[in-house]
Write a protein that binds this ligand. Structure first.
Ligand code: PLP
Length: 433
């Protein structure tokens, strides 16, 4: 089969650590709306949107036209040493949407580069390489970002250009504060932050970086207000707050445009990527002007903010706003969440349903226990695939299903997905029994 041959060729020339979903990985060759088709002609409803990359779905006319117009101009010359109208327009929109005073934007090609740049600016600005990160975090696979990743499954190296200390506030379900109320949890995390600052740092820390909802960590969702409470402490020490919005940006969480807004605070910097180009590579950083301008040396990203990616991003952002997809994420997200909670009442293999908007985590456990069940998650991936549904997986124990569809998902499609998820959970439970 063509597919088998492609997989063998992949294994021969691509790294063994390059993660692939499914025992028999899928080659996606076409997409339309919220559905994708594989090389063997099978169609799937995509509840993972690539990896949250296809924010508004597949084969969107507005995106195709914007990218085509840019390609048709003959200027696929991407050096950012020249003025690029699309880049300026996109920066204006993001600066305005950020809520950060006097904001400036720097474009990269990925979330990793965005976070590397944020770390570079924060450490330069504060003249300190001490960084705080949340336990169970993931911020990318660059030398600095992997060093601050608090997740053993993804941490590649202990050699670090950054001096990192971890604080609580990541996966509440699996920590010592498991049974705390929201208010108690926030108090305990703030006390831990103070304790870490006093005992594990010299106090002149550059920044704290946090995902408002942890992505790779399993869509762990802290109580609203936690990062705002952190910011009060950080301000006492002049420590910068960086919100990693790579997964939580663009209205996906339903209630807000940026995940951090649930915490009632404006961060010093936000990083973004994933959905902005609706599949094309673009990321970046938005920060207060004085922070952005603190570098004295020249710097450039050759491809960051290139005309083709920024054309796609402008069209994506306009589409998101014009169609109020944040409101759709809220409505359809709640529908999915309610449906999943109903399924969970019948199925002890589901330990937790959490998240916001169209960013929903379903934690699987060995039935009757609190033990993470990676085998249940692995079976769920296969069962949903067989039934024509793509979902994501994550979490420290590889036991959390992640649902993050294109934000255009309809109520009928959400219902269809819930039917497949219910059948797949029943099949998985039967196998585990
Ligand atoms: N930050 C977060 C929260 C992410 O989830 C990811 C990727 O999954 C990254 C950063 C890294 O982004 P990229 O894979 O585009 O380098």
């Amino acid at each position: 089969m063509v597919h088998e041959e492609l997989l063998a060729r992949h294994r021969a020339v691509l790294p063994s650590w390059l993660a692939l979903y499914y025992e028999q990985p899928i080659e996606i060759v076409r997409g339309e709306g919220r559905r994708v088709t594989d090389g063997e002609g099978r169609t799937y409803l995509d509840l993972f949107a690539g990896i949250l990359t296809n924010a508004i779905g597949y084969d969107i006319a507005e995106i195709r036209e914007a990218v085509r117009a840019q390609l048709d101009s003959g200027v696929v010359h991407t050096s950012t040493l020249y003025l690029i109208r699309q880049q300026v327009e996109l920066a204006e929109k993001i600066a305005r949407l950020s809520g950060i005073p006097d904001a400036k934007v720097f474009f990269t090609n990925s979330g990793t580069e965005a976070n590397e740049t944020a770390l570079m600016l924060a450490t330069q600005h504060r003249r300190s390489n001490q960084v705080l990160a949340l336990r169970n975090s993931y911020h990318g696979r660059g030398f600095g970002t992997i060093a601050i990743t608090g997740n053993r499954g993804w941490s590649a190296s202990s050699l670090s250009p950054v001096n990192v200390s971890y604080v609580h506030g990541g996966n509440r379900n699996r920590g010592p504060f498991k049974d705390f109320s929201d208010a108690e949890y926030i108090r305990a995390c703030v006390a831990d932050l103070r304790e870490v600052l006093a005992t594990a740092t010299s106090g002149d820390v550059a920044c704290l970086i946090a995902e408002p909802i942890q992505g790779v960590g399993g869509f762990t969702t802290p109580p609203d207000g936690l990062l705002g409470a952190f910011k009060e402490v950080l301000d006492e020490f002049g420590i910068l707050l960086i919100s990693d919005e790579v997964q939580t940006g663009w209205g996906r969480t339903g209630e807000h445009f940026w995940g951090i807004q649930a915490h009632g605070v404006v961060p010093d910097m936000m990083t973004f990527a994933k959905g902005l180009g609706n599949g094309l590579a673009i990321g970046g950083l938005v920060a207060r002007g004085d922070l952005m301008d603190c570098l004295t040396a020249n710097s450039i990203s050759t491809f960051g903010g290139n005309p083709v990616s920024t054309a796609a991003a402008n069209a994506t952002l306009d589409y998101l706003l014009d169609h109020d997809l944040q409101a759709n994420a809220f409505k359809v997200g709640n529908q999915l969440m309610d449906g999943l909670r109903r399924i969970a009442e019948e199925e002890p293999v589901i330990g937790d349903v959490r998240g916001k908007g169209l960013m929903i985590g379903v934690e699987l456990v060995e039935p009757g226990t609190d033990e993470p069940s990676s085998r249940a998650a692995a079976r769920m991936m296969e069962h949903t695939r067989e039934r024509g549904l793509l979902i994501g997986k994550g979490g420290q124990g590889g036991n959390v299903l992640r649902l993050a569809p294109p934000m255009t998902l309809t109520e009928a499609e959400a219902e269809e997905a819930l039917g497949i998820l219910a059948d797949s959970i029943a099949a998985t439970s039967a196998e585990l029994a």
